[in-house]
Design a protein around this ligand. Structure first.
Ligand code: GMT
Length: 375
């Protein structure tokens, strides 16, 4: 099939998932066309049947806000026609679903039918999408998609609760390539970060408010009182300063390490003992799954779809949002001895296997084939 994929090209979960999906589809022989404003971060190597089309947004002195959505819809039209695409799959509703609808209508006038699949990822519904400045367009364009998918049952329910959606929303979970995360810890790396064999707690995110990085510091503060430990932060974003300041305030900054944005996160997961994700909301929590596939148990909140990923008492623990006391106790329960930790490690790893790409990619392919039986 010839498939167009529209996504954010950045480190965020939706962009990562869309890029990995495109790469996996190309590997299976499909022709994949990425349409976005920048080369997706996970699209570094050359793959023969992957094409990248950059959305150029011409500026003009009149424009305080360059009209990205117009440029995106026009680029969609051009790419779909030039490459005779069979289907367009947009990730993250804003503004991709409405731009796709515009492109679809333009092409329809020319007698070209392009099916549109919209995958909802989370904040496009729960945080940003429901803002009344966006909601009417989001709701309308989701309803106009030929197929709607959500990355967890929770997000499906949230979407129905938030908008008047008159179509079926199908759940296709986030996926990972489990072989990528099954790495041996690099001893030299571990020695630099934890020279005295301290336990390594890890948090990786875009440091937005929804991640509650202050809770991460607070849980670590309680843990390091009981056992020697280090806290590793991966990623960057607006709340990084908050985490740093809080570390200074609690006098534990010397045990906190900020490594910034990293592409080879699997090597970092490999040396971690526990992953912390106390988010206010996660539609799924792709990063928690990556941790689990790396044999790292997770202590997370129970918000959104996290309980569909992190099974309480099995792959780690979940607690109410903001309940740092329970999160700290559970973190210590996991880390108290090697036998307990190894049990959690193994169960996290086993649970992660059901989200392997081999299980999930065929679900997307089956969905595409409804519109393109002969391709
Ligand atoms: O986590 C983020 O803030 C980034 C965000 C995105 O849209 O890029 O991630 C969302 O999509 C991921 C992939 O489907 C999910 O695994 C994340 O849970 C979800 N984030 C939120 O719901 C906050």
């Amino acid at each position: 099939m010839r498939i167009g994929i529209v996504c954010y090209p950045t480190f965020g979960g939706s962009g990562v998932l869309a890029t990995e999906l495109g790469k996996a589809l190309a590997q299976k022989g499909h022709q994949v066309h990425f349409i976005t404003y920048q080369q997706p971060v996970r699209l570094s190597a050359f793959i023969p049947n992957i094409f990248y089309h950059e959305v150029q947004v011409p500026t003009y002195p009149l424009f305080d806000f360059p009209p990205y959505e117009t440029a995106l819809a026009s680029t969609m039209v051009n790419v779909i026609k030039n490459y005779n695409l069979d289907l367009l799959h947009v990730h993250y509703a804003i503004p991709h679903a409405s731009a796709a609808y515009m492109a679809k209508k333009i092409l329809h006038e020319e007698g070209y039918n392009i099916p549109v699949v919209t995958t909802l990822h989370g904040t496009d519904i729960t945080l940003v999408g429901k803002d009344k400045m966006y909601a009417p367009v989001v709701s309308f364009s989701i309803n106009k998609s030929d197929v709607i998918t959500a990355v967890s049952n929770n997000l499906r329910e949230e979407t129905y609760a938030t908008f008047d959606i008159r179509k079926e929303i199908e759940v296709i979970y986030n996926f990972i390539d489990v072989t990528r995360f099954n790495r041996k810890p690099l001893d030299a790396f571990k020695k630099v970060l934890a020279p005295k064999g301290e336990r390594i707690l890890l948090h990786a995110s875009n440091f937005r408010q929804v991640k509650r990085v202050q809770d991460v510091v607070e849980v670590f503060y309680e843990v390091q009182k009981e056992i020697p430990a280090k806290l590793l932060f991966v990623g960057d974003g607006p709340e990084r300063k908050t985490a740093e300041e809080y570390g200074h305030k609690l006098n534990i900054f010397d045990r906190m390490i900020f490594v910034g944005k990293q592409e080879q996160i699997e090597d970092i997961f490999a040396i971690a003992d526990l992953f912390l994700l106390p988010s206010e909301y996660e539609s799924f929590g792709l990063v928690a799954l990556e941790a689990m596939a790396s044999k790292v148990p997770v202590v997370s909140s129970n918000a959104g779809g996290l309980e569909e990923v992190n099974i309480n008492g099995v792959t780690g623990f979940t607690a109410n949002v903001g309940d740092v006391k329970t999160m700290s106790e559970k973190a210590l329960d996991i880390l108290k001895d090697d036998a307990t930790l190894n049990g959690f490690r193994q169960r996290a790893f086993e649970h992660a296997q059901q989200f392997n790409m081999d299980e999930i990619i065929p679900q997307y392919e089956a969905l595409y084939r409804r519109f393109c039986k002969d391709c």
